[in-house]
Design a protein around this ligand. Structure first.
Ligand code: ADP
Ligand code: MG
Length: 535
């Protein structure tokens, strides 16, 4: 596309390959974009909340994912509309920043778009709508701050943290085990957390899964689990007080490269070569023993002869361990990764109280557990489950719970869930709208209506009458001046989310509103869509 000027200085646009482009302008463009955004939001709307539905997605090569996580649904969906891709990005940024609330943010954006459409149809200019939304989002943002509660917890009393993680997990497929999974997530986060600096390094939490067993068997291991076994079946299965050499160099005699020429013309020469090779490796093993290693973990492999020798010399070894795992092992055991064999020294060995190989089921599946490490800050959540899809979904759900716990450690403010925070914001925004004399007023009211979409979706997904439930809860909030009234999705019998222990983090909720408003503003400001036409 190029901008040119005619002889009178009037600008005009030249579209290259004119006939191959399609073009939408003005209100048509906005309407088409809004429709696309709404379509994406409609897909996610049914997944919101504790009674939300799950989605099954099939990839082009036939792999099936079953999930309830908004970011994952959108990621796996093959959308090719550009506006729909913005919604995918929206969900992703919520996932990236906060980790939870990925469905809610898209539903919110969809509702804002829907309201915007009505305003456009009434002839309000998109820029005025965008400005009104911006004002309203700021009001809602500050209102959230006002209704938030500080949330006290300490290393000794982690119950509140567990409860918040449970709220996150209650809307997932794994909600059957939400209590135990929430406990695991909180323990894991606390193990790696730096409460003084209020920081959590989630990289130190490794989430592993293996098909088999049941979800209840999921455990937290204060150490590392490596999906490998001892290189020789007759090596010891359990090593106490292990001193571990972590090698990223080849652990075998140097192989004659093709560049070199080895002339072997007699049997004796061959024997010498063989013996020399054996001695070379023997020396390597001796070196490991000399520095005090009782276990070798190696990024590379070694051949069967070497393996036999290792077993013979009573030096257990694990081979073909991936780079990421090696790093974690090094962090956990306080060892150094040794890239050159000559550099192996006693100080570089990692220390672990117990290294054991554990077998699973009737299969030959084995894994190595490295526990009681010198630096206990690296932990592993080991998920068991009936099938691969379940394990993958559990990993995603645990990720959400970990993020929520981390967010609470960083900032311990919470708001109540179940749509109560949105309803309260909606009331606040509605009230504030009267103060604005201009056209923005309409947009601000529309924003308030859009906030109602979340509780409505929650009610609808739980089989309640959306409008009746919402109006009942809303009037109750105003009447009792209680900002904790939300949608009773699980039919517990009370609307008060404080009693139901349904919390969400304040920063998560604020981020949702900010991100949704940003994207909607961006979509509203597009008035010209130029795209290659379809063939
Ligand atoms: P997201 O991906 O946005 O986190 P979820 O499917 O996890 O979507 O649903 C989150 C919504 O469900 C939040 O608004 C939360 O307040 C609400 N929610 C979660 N558990 C409950 C519950 N037990 N009762 C009522 N609402 C709940
Ligand atoms: Mg959630």
């Amino acid at each position: 596309m190029a901008l040119a000027f005619d002889e009178f200085g009037r600008p005009f646009i030249i579209l290259r390959e004119q006939e191959q482009k399609t073009r939408l302008r003005g209100l048509d463009a906005q309407k088409a974009n809004i429709a696309a955004g709404k379509a994406v939001a409609r897909i996610l709307r049914t997944s919101l909340g504790p009674k939300g539905m799950d989605k099954m997605l099939q990839s082009p090569d036939g792999e099936v994912t079953i999930t309830n996580d908004g970011a994952t649904i959108l990621e796996q969906m093959d959308v090719d509309n550009q506006i729909a891709k913005l919604m995918v990005e929206l969900s992703r940024s919520q996932d990236y920043e906060i980790g939870d609330g990925t469905t809610g943010v898209v539903v919110m954006a969809g509702a804002l778009l829907e309201q915007a459409q009505k305003l456009l149809e009434r002839g309000i200019h998109p820029i005025r709508v965008a400005e009104g939304y911006e004002l309203a989002s700021r009001i809602a943002f500050e209102h959230l701050e006002r209704i938030s509660h500080k949330f006290e917890f300490s290393g000794a009393d982690v119950e509140p943290l567990i409860r918040t993680c449970m709220t996150t997990l209650s809307s997932k497929i794994v909600n059957r085990c939400k209590r135990s999974l929430a406990e695991i997530a909180v323990k894991a986060v606390l193990a790696v957390a730096d409460l003084e600096r209020k920081d959590v390094n989630l990289d130190l939490i490794k989430v592993e899964g293996k098909v088999g067993g049941k979800l209840e068997d999921t455990e937290l291991i204060y150490g590392i689990v490596v999906d490998k076994d001892m290189s020789h079946p007759q090596m010891p299965k359990q090593i106490e007080d292990a001193h571990i050499a972590i090698l990223t160099c080849p652990f075998e005699p140097p192989k004659p490269k093709t560049k070199h020429k080895v002339d072997i013309d007699t049997v004796e020469k061959f024997q010498t070569l063989r013996q020399q090779e054996q001695k070379y490796f023997d020396d390597m093993v001796q070196k490991c023993k000399d520095v005090g290693a009782t276990l070798v973990i190696c990024q590379w492999g070694f051949d069967d002869e070497a393996n036999h020798l290792l077993m013979h010399r009573n030096l257990p070894a694990v081979r073909w361990v991936g780079g990421v795992e090696l790093e974690l092992i090094a962090i956990a055991t306080g060892g150094r990764i040794v890239p050159r064999f000559q550099e192996l020294t006693t100080e570089k060995l990692g220390k672990a109280g117990l290294v054991r190989e554990k077998a699973f089921g009737t299969t030959k599946d084995r894994m190595i557990y490295i526990e009681h490490c010198a630096n206990s800050r690296a932990v592993t959540i080991f998920i068991r489950g009936g099938n691969k899809m379940m394990i993958e979904e559990t990993k995603r759900s645990i990720h959400d719970a970990l993020c929520v716990a981390r967010n609470l450690i960083r900032n311990n403010s919470i708001v109540y869930g179940g749509g109560s925070a949105e309803i309260s914001c909606s009331i606040a925004v509605e009230t504030a709208a009267d103060k604005y004399p201009g056209v923005e007023q309409y947009a601000i009211r529309a924003f308030a209506d859009a906030l109602d979409a979340i509780p409505m979706a929650l009610a609808e997904n739980s089989g309640l009458q959306p409008i009746e439930t919402l109006s009942a809860v809303k009037s109750q909030q105003i009447k009792d001046d209680n900002t904790c009234c939300g949608i009773d999705c699980n039919d517990v019998g009370t609307n008060d989310m404080r009693e139901q222990n349904v919390f969400e983090t304040l920063i998560g909720k604020q981020q949702q509103i900010l991100l949704a408003t940003q994207v909607v503003k961006m979509i509203l400001k597009i008035d010209d869509v130029i795209s290659p036409s379809e063939y």
